[in-house]
Design a protein around this ligand. Structure first.
Ligand SMILES: Nc1ncnc2c1ncn2[C@@H]1O[C@H](COP(=O)(O)OP(=O)(O)O)[C@@H](O)[C@H]1O
Ligand SMILES: [Mg+2]
Length: 354
């Protein structure tokens, strides 16, 4: 981390929650220095995106203060394009990033589109782009503001390999401060110099220095130590419980001893460390039970190929049985999800789910 850089954002005893039963931060204090390239890490639902909202001012602290240096500009690249923005043209979409009218915005748009590796006519409507291309537009909309602090929330979602490589390269060369939320460890490791770890149990943000893998190691070691301490405590607690029961059975005077032992057990229970769980970025989900399937599940007998804008029908013979896998590859924007949707909805003539 750029240890020398001046502090440009400082959290001072910041508390925040979505109402009383959804606390997120509890008196959190930490500085962010100019030029730092940071990962904001924490379990799913810990409140990482919320922290971004607090920094941009979209959300307000309950207690405490977030100090942002004078004139320091912040931009965030969100995960999805707001519904209302989908109807805009590319040019309007970028113009909306600025509070004042920007003259001669087209060359600026081209420059950031180049960074995210997207070819987009400026009068094309945003919603006509594929999911992956929209992800690039989002990213570019943060970059065009050339902010002092760049906040990226899951920027690699919907980017293909080439897109991620491009973004990695950009971040490595980026001279200003950036804070990134992502579950792609390799991507994070390639540019991270320090980690802000949002601890879901303590609701504090802990700062670590080092690349992403280093920090994960540090945190894992810390969790292991806590686990060991707890295992030892659990043993002692059980021994004390056994003793308490033994004295209680004796009755009379011994009941007092038993009571004291029980109090000690309670004390020890409290001393147990709130053990952190590993960082889970995938939510729990259930797959509904279905009857046993046998034989062919999917059969593709023909498909349409578009070459030089002309569709032509081709025959093929692809079939999938249970536990067989088929990898669908292709560049961004070619229509991979569209293909899956037409098959899933039974709209495809050449493919059949049996
Ligand atoms: N507007 C909201 N109202 C109530 N709860 C919310 C709201 N936004 C997020 N949450 C909840 O707050 C928690 C933190 O959310 P979020 O910051 O999106 O987490 P993360 O980005 O770390 O996955 C989650 O449990 C989420 O469901
Ligand atoms: Mg989030």
């Amino acid at each position: 981390m750029s240890q020398g850089g001046e502090v440009i954002i400082r959290f001072e005893e910041v508390s925040f929650g979505y109402g009383h039963n959804k606390p997120i931060l509890d008196e959190v204090s930490f500085p962010i220095r100019r030029g730092g390239k940071l990962t904001l890490m924490g379990q799913n639902g810990a409140g990482k995106s919320t922290v971004f909202g607090l920094i941009t001012g979209a959300l307000h602290t309950e207690n405490g203060k977030i100090h942002i240096g004078q004139g320091v500009t912040v931009a965030v690249s969100r995960q999805v394009i707001p519904r209302a923005d989908l109807e805009l043209t590319v040019r309007e979409f970028f113009e909306k990033c600025f509070s004042k009218k920007v003259y001669d915005i087209d060359p600026k748009i081209d420059a950031v589109l180049e960074v995210v590796n997207l070819n987009a006519p400026h009068d094309r409507i945003v919603k006509s782009f594929s999911g992956g291309q929209q992800a690039r537009l989002l990213l570019a909309s943060a970059l065009i503001q050339d902010p002092d602090v760049l906040l990226l929330d899951e920027p690699t979602n919907n980017l293909d390999k080439a897109g991620i490589a491009h973004l990695t390269d950009f971040l490595k060369k980026y001279q200003k401060t950036c804070i990134v939320i992502s579950h792609d460890a390799g991507f994070l490791n390639s540019f991270t110099e320090g980690v802000l770890y949002l601890n879901i149990h303590t609701r504090k943000i802990e700062q670590f220095v080092g690349n992403y893998f280093d920090v994960v190691k540090q945190i894992t070691a810390q969790i292991e130590k806590e686990n060991m301490k707890n295992a030892q405590l659990a043993k002692e607690i059980q021994a004390n419980k056994d003793k308490a029961n033994f004295f209680a059975m004796k009755g009379g005077q011994m009941r007092m001893v038993a009571k004291r032992m029980r109090e000690k057990v309670e004390e020890m229970e409290e001393a147990k460390v709130d053990v952190r769980k590993e960082d889970k970025t995938i939510r729990n989900f259930t797959i509904p039970a279905q009857p046993e399937v046998v034989g062919k599940i999917l059969e593709i007998t023909s498909f349409n190929m578009i070459k030089n804008h002309k569709p032509s029908k081709r025959k093929t013979n692809i079939s999938l049985k249970k536990k067989e896998h088929l990898l669908l590859v292709g560049p961004n924007g070619i229509g991979k999800p569209t293909l899956l949707e037409t098959i899933a909805k039974g709209k495809s003539t050449g493919a059949k789910i049996t």
